[in-house]
Design a protein. Structure first.
Length: 412
């Protein structure tokens, strides 16, 4: 028995645990991975300010701070069910059951798979798996690779692979299918990438990217986009070629690609094979929210947040009493925002538990403002309409509260 159970030891979960523990609550954190940190463990990049963001060091700092406050962090624990009985949430795991009046779901995100022929060959992995193998386990994923899929996550991890001395030969789009959707349409892809144009590796590309925000110029630019692509930190981005098959007998030996137009349609039947000994598939991220569904939490489909998201308030509470959410389960954003949301969730739990005094209300408001400020300042947005998505969720929450008040009056 504990006051708070946090499911997920990533940036949101650890920050939430710290925030709750700071205000006198006992906290247990459960995570199925072998160590705390979540997605932080694979992150290593230079920010626009010139400072380096080292996810491993950040996760170590959070872990030490949490344990210093008495937080019980248990790794290698998989949660498969949770439900509320009376005033307590029952959480079922591979190591037995846990009970608490409050649960914080900070389960993060998962990667969209984009299946294509040959994707089960040894040497094929998601772009996130390549990041973890490289930065966490220090395993060289290969000598010469190809990335299939062009999005913000792919370019962030491309840079990390390059820093590790791993050669990524080129980037293709996936073939246009019912599963690849906009990820296979050059016009849609380049429009999404323009939201990170300020991070382009040269002044010329940054200036050109600003011009490409005009619809007419963007369409004209795609017509003249070089067939051999434009180099991103030395790796050609080939928006006019699509991967149709990963080839190899016992492991990856290469990728077959075809020429496509700005809508992603084939313009030739000629398939050219490009050598590679590993392939990364980059389909993007979506909120990992199955446990919220198991708990009975209502959802809304909000594309700007990355998919189906549990309904929640700015205080990170859900419609289910005692159940809170934070981090990428609420919408795909950066690790810094996830930590800020986790802190807000921990404060909200302390407020509801009446642990910490009335001054917590003001601290909670400051925490919400901090989340909003970080969102405006962040260099990379995984979904360009994130602000619109957050406003949609705010409206959903407000409408639901209004409906509850009306129903309460009717019952009364």
């Amino acid at each position: 028995m504990t006051d708070v159970i946090v499911i997920g030891a990533g940036p949101a979960g650890l920050a939430g645990a710290i925030s709750s523990a700071e205000h006198g609550l006992s906290v247990t954190v459960l995570d199925e991975f072998i160590k705390p940190g979540g997605r932080l463990l694979g992150q290593l990049h230079q920010e626009p300010s010139g400072q380096w963001w080292n996810g491993i060091e950040e996760s170590k700092r959070l872990q030490e701070e949490a344990e210093g406050l008495g937080v019980d962090i248990r790794c290698g624990v998989s949660v498969y069910n949770l439900y509320k009985e009376g005033a307590l949430w029952n959480v079922y795991t591979n190591e037995g059951s846990f009970q608490a009046p409050f649960v914080l779901l900070a389960t993060g995100a998962a990667e969209y798979p984009i299946p294509l022929p040959g994707w089960t060959l040894p040497g094929v992995m998601s772009i996130g798996a390549a990041q973890v193998m490289t930065n966490v386990h220090r395993v060289e994923v290969g000598k010469k690779g190809i990335i299939i899929g062009a999005n913000i996550l792919a370019f962030a991890i491309l840079n990390e692979l390059q820093l590790a001395g791993i050669h990524v030969d080129r980037i293709f789009l996936p073939e246009k299918t019912s599963l690849s959707n906009d990820a296979a349409v050059p016009e849609k892809v380049i429009k999404s990438l323009l939201n990170a144009a300020h991070l382009a590796p040269s002044p010329l590309l940054r200036a050109g990217s600003r011009l490409m925000k005009n619809d007419w110029i963007r369409k004209a630019g795609l017509c003249f986009f070089p067939k051999d692509g434009i180099k991103v930190n030395g790796t050609p981005l080939q928006l006019k070629k699509a991967a149709v098959e990963i080839v190899g007998k016992e492991q990856v030996e290469g990728v077959r690609a075809v020429d496509i137009d700005s809508s992603g349609n084939r313009i030739s039947d000629l398939e050219i094979e490009y050598e590679a000994d590993f392939v990364c598939i980059a389909g993007g991220l979506y909120p990992l929210a199955e446990l919220a569904a198991v708990a009975g939490c209502p959802f809304k489909y909000v594309p700007a947040l990355g998919g189906h998201v549990p309904i929640h308030s700015e205080e990170m509470e859900t419609p289910l009493q005692g159940l809170f959410v934070a981090g990428n389960i609420t919408g795909i954003e950066s690790g810094k925002i996830a930590m800020a949301q986790g802190s807000v969730a921990g404060l909200s739990i302390a407020v509801q538990a009446k642990s910490g005094g009335q001054s917590l209300d003001e601290i909670l408001k400051e925490g919400i403002h901090r989340v909003q400020a970080l969102r405006r300042q962040t260099a990379i947005q995984f979904n360009p309409d994130i602000e619109k998505g957050r406003e949609q969720m705010k409206d959903y929450w407000g409408n639901m509260e209004q409906d509850n008040k009306v129903n309460a009056k009717r019952i009364g």
